[in-house]
Design a protein. Structure first.
Length: 71
């Protein structure tokens, strides 16, 4: 929230809002939107990105195949 207080940051946010979203959110409104996100919503978005089918492991050094299952 402190980074939103500088003049440069405020003007940058105003400019981005005007160009991209046409919506200006005050810091309080922005914090309220962030706080409104639920854990279920985060899981829903993250599951396709970090599910078992889309995860890979890169290891450097002596790693045994049996130890990879724990990772």
């Amino acid at each position: 929230m402190f980074s939103l207080e500088s003049s440069a940051s405020r003007m940058s946010r105003l400019g981005r809002s005007e160009i991209a979203a046409r919506e200006y959110l005050t810091p309080v409104q922005l914090a309220a939107k962030v706080d409104a996100v639920t854990l279920e919503q985060v899981h829903e978005v993250a599951q396709p990105l970090f599910g078992e089918d889309s995860t890979c492991v890169t290891a450097l050094g002596p790693v045994r195949e049996s130890g990879l299952a724990e990772i």
